[in-house]
Write a protein of this length. Structure first.
Ligand SMILES: NC(=O)C1=CN([C@@H]2O[C@H](COP(=O)(O)OP(=O)(O)OC[C@H]3O[C@@H](n4cnc5c(N)ncnc54)[C@H](OP(=O)(O)O)[C@@H]3O)[C@@H](O)[C@H]2O)C=CC1
Ligand SMILES: O=C(O)CCC(=O)C(=O)O
Ligand SMILES: [Mg+2]
Length: 737
């Protein structure tokens, strides 16, 4: 890491496909920004980097790393923060275990991840792993609300080059099943913290056997925060899952479960485990003890269970038999036999449901064929969005990306808003009793009667975050002048509290007539109606729907959420520019390793880069930086118009080729602008060198395509090996260098 005093932009170091792309693209950015005197530094928020930082006390000096995530957590609260954030792995336990294994093999003294820690040391290590697990990065960096939309050029490109869509038929058997009672949605209690109640609250379980267990002390509640508590009844969940399996069997569809085990890292792995247990119920009934003894924990997924059962043929045969008689499972990879229930983080609802909807309601079955799918979404808080989307497809057919309008999103995300901030206050209840949330002044804010195994949680959202979100919505609606809907349900406890702030704020701003307020299901139908007419709608939503909708609509409109502009206006004045709205595409890494082709599209990085530079230019009133920003925008446009984005197959252009063309067009634009004669002079030389050597560079970039490559690791790759693969053109490197 460079001298922090001279850092202008932080570009995050992450994992998987986006990190491979950075190996090629970041040297180009640094070279171009360097010409304007800017220093682009990196901070490591990768899974491997976070593990190394957490256990640095056990490592050699050469292996140690700073806790870059903690440093960035401070940075985003400073007014001059300017961060380009790429997607990083939010690790499930199987991913975490694999990363640890890889680091150990590379000579790092990282302890094993222990399922059931029994000594103080194991418990201390486990606490460190728990902090690294799941969506551990985004909540720390996202100190602002979210503004996600497709840039105009990106949207019109998608309309002119529509991606493939599956066909929907009115008699598709695909549907959503959700609980609708005894779940998080129906048990929710919500309140706004008063001045007297503010301060450290307490969460207590008074057991039916007469004991008091303190689940949490020092739960900091601020005046004006909306605080929710709720729980999922495990008894109702088990009955629901049993029934869902039977209904799926009767329908003759695939069984698929959709959760967010990464972002809801405490609750959703438990829900996932219940689903695995329900699906394999006959095996657990017969062999429960032997499976527990082997560590075949359903929360970790069928994949880990099968590994741990090793060669226990009797149980393995039994599992096989049950898989055969149950409804067929929706497959993550039917060639490799990886099911929906194998790894909790393989089926992430924000990406998995849109993919089914884009595909005409189809999923892949164990026979490698497409089939209608029953989509099991246990909690009913947001399930009706997907239900209504499916109904809309059945009634009106697939969305046409050539003519569809667009949905933008303004999401309430700042300061660990809503459910995504609830991990430290989520508990699997050890014993039947009553859970109470008690404010600092002793007021009881909520009380829930629970049973052993129920999942209880509390989430809070600060008034400052809510007010900032409403302001952002008002200013974006003003800028677009289009339809804008607050996706809030007056009949849901939490939303009703938000509405007590939203309605007066809109009135006060004189904007009430420019916004509608609709429950999520109705808003879904209305929004599809709007975009089917080619118009724009702004969805103003809470944190979870921010996540869901910014994959759902982009995947239908653009084919992927990787192309989205994703801006987080930090509440303390800085800017966080996320690259796209999607994930880190593990399949793309596999293709690179096997065929030396990286189909990752860096359009998200391109648009984030110009936004970050624009922000900096504005802040410093610096024409040189503005020239860089506008040049980057022109280069992005040239990539789109020239159809220079990566293709899916080896032999086509890949990620590296697109970076070369980006550099070429960026240099061209800079050589032609008149904001900075100095930059024009410098980049006319760069442009001349790149264009004169174009054929050589293109040939060098394509050498070795089709052959397997070695990156020296998966989670912790070897920088020299990666650079060799991702920067194969000596000519380009020399010009850029
Ligand atoms: N902001 C963040 O930090 C986020 C992180 N994640 C993490 O990412 C990992 C993978 O998540 P997953 O849900 O599979 O999502 P991904 O977005 O990685 O994958 C879904 C599919 O989207 C397509 N895709 C995504 N990005 C691109 C791109 N830049 N160019 C071209 N195609 C793209 C790919 O389709 P195809 O294979 O057809 O080419 C890919 O397989 C997980 O570890 C998850 O926790 C997930 C979401 C956001
Ligand atoms: O933090 C994560 O795990 C994923 C984030 C995500 O999906 C999103 O913000 O859209
Ligand atoms: Mg998402």
């Amino acid at each position: 890491m460079d001298d922090p005093k001279s850092v202008d932009i932080i570009y995050t170091k992450v994992d998987e496909a986006p990190e491979l792309a950075s190996a090629s693209f970041l040297p180009i950015i640094r070279s171009f920004a360097g010409a304007a005197g800017l220093n682009v530094a990196t901070r490591d928020i990768s899974l491997a980097g976070r593990i190394i930082a957490a256990f640095s006390d056990r490592l050699t000096d050469a292996q140690k790393q700073d806790d870059d995530l903690a440093i960035m957590g401070q940075l985003v609260k400073k007014p001059d923060a300017n961060v380009i954030k790429l997607p990083n792995i939010s690790a499930s336990v199987p991913q975490l275990v694999a990363a640890v294994k890889e680091l150990q093999a590379q000579g790092y003294d990282i302890p094993d991840y222990v399922d059931n820690p029994s000594t103080d040391e194991e418990r201390a290590n486990r606490a460190k792993f728990d902090a690294v697990k799941g969506s551990a990065v985004n909540p720390v960096l996202r100190e602002g609300n979210s503004d996600r939309r497709a840039a105009k050029a990106v949207k019109s490109y998608a309309q002119n080059h529509p991606h493939s869509m599956g066909t929907w038929s009115a008699d598709s058997k695909t549907r959503v099943l959700t609980m609708g009672h005894d779940d998080f949605r129906s048990n929710e209690v919500s309140t706004i913290v008063t001045a007297e109640q503010a301060g450290p609250a307490k969460i207590e379980l008074k057991t039916d056997s007469g004991n008091t267990i303190t689940l949490k002390e020092g739960y900091a509640l601020k005046e004006g925060s909306v605080v929710d508590t709720t729980f999922m009844s495990v008894r109702a969940l088990q009955a629901f899952l049993k029934d869902a399996i039977e209904k799926t069997k009767a329908d003759g569809t695939l069984f698929s479960l959709h959760l967010k085990a990464t972002m809801m890292k405490v609750s959703d792995p438990i829900l996932f485990g219940h689903a695995v247990r329900a699906y394999l119920a006959p095996v657990f009934e017969k062999h429960g003890d032997a499976m527990a003894a082997a560590g075949a924990d359903p929360n970790l997924g069928l994949g880990t269970m099968l590994d741990r059962l090793g060669s226990d043929q009797a149980i393995l045969d039994e599992i096989k038999a049950v898989l055969n008689e149950r409804p067929p499972l929706y497959m993550v990879n039917s060639d490799k036999g990886i099911t929906n229930l194998h790894v909790p983080s393989d089926v992430i609802i924000d990406a998995s449901m849109p993919s089914i909807i884009r595909g005409g309601g189809k999923g892949w079955g164990p026979d490698g064929k497409e089939a209608d799918t029953t989509c099991v979404i246990p909690d009913s808080s947001y399930a009706d969005v997907y239900e209504q989307a499916i109904e809309d497809m059945k009634a009106n057919g697939a969305l046409n990306p050539a003519t569809a309008g667009t949905v933008q999103n303004i999401g309430l995300m700042a300061q660990k808003a809503e459910e995504y901030g609830s991990h430290p206050t989520t508990f699997e209840i050890p014993e039947a009793g009553t859970v109470r949330l008690i404010a600092a002044n002793g007021d009881e804010l909520s009380s829930h009667k629970v049973e052993a195994g129920d999942i209880w949680r509390s989430a809070s959202t600060t008034r400052a975050a809510i007010e900032d979100w409403i302001k952002l919505a008002i200013s974006r609606q003003k800028a677009e002048g289009c339809e804008a809907i607050f996706w809030l349900n007056a009949d849901r406890a939490h939303d009703a509290q938000l509405l007590t702030m939203v309605r007066p704020a809109l009135e006060q701003a004189g904007a009430a007539d420019r916004f509608q307020i609709m429950a999520p299901g109705a808003a879904t139908t209305a929004t599809f109606d709007t975009i089917r007419q080619g118009k724009t709608s702004i969805a103003v939503t809470g944190n979870v729907l921010r996540d869901y909708l910014t994959d759902l609509f982009p995947i239908l409109e653009l084919g992927t959420s990787a192309k989205m502009l994703s801006i987080v206006k930090l509440m303390d004045g800085g800017g966080l520019f996320e690259t796209g709205a999607g994930g880190s595409a593990p399949k793309h890494v596999q293709q690179l390793v096997e065929q030396n082709h990286l189909r990752w599209d860096s359009l998200g990085e391109f648009t984030a880069l110009s936004e970050s530079l624009k922000f900096l230019a504005d802040e410093r009133n610096d024409p040189k930086i503005l020239a860089l920003a506008e040049g980057a925008e022109a280069a992005t446009q040239a990539i789109l118009e020239g159809e220079l984005s990566p293709g899916r197959k080896v032999g086509q252009n890949d990620n590296r080729d697109s970076h070369f063309h980006f550099a070429l067009n960026w240099a061209k634009a800079l050589s032609e602008q008149d904001r900075s004669p100095e930059l024009a002079e410098h980049f006319s030389q760069v442009y001349a060198a790149l264009s004169e050597n174009r054929e050589t560079i293109e040939r060098e970039l394509k050498e070795g395509r089709g052959q397997a490559v070695d990156l020296g690791g998966y989670y912790h790759t070897d920088p020299a090996k990666t650079a060799k693969v991702m920067r194969p053109s000596a000519t380009l490197n020399e010009i850029i260098g």
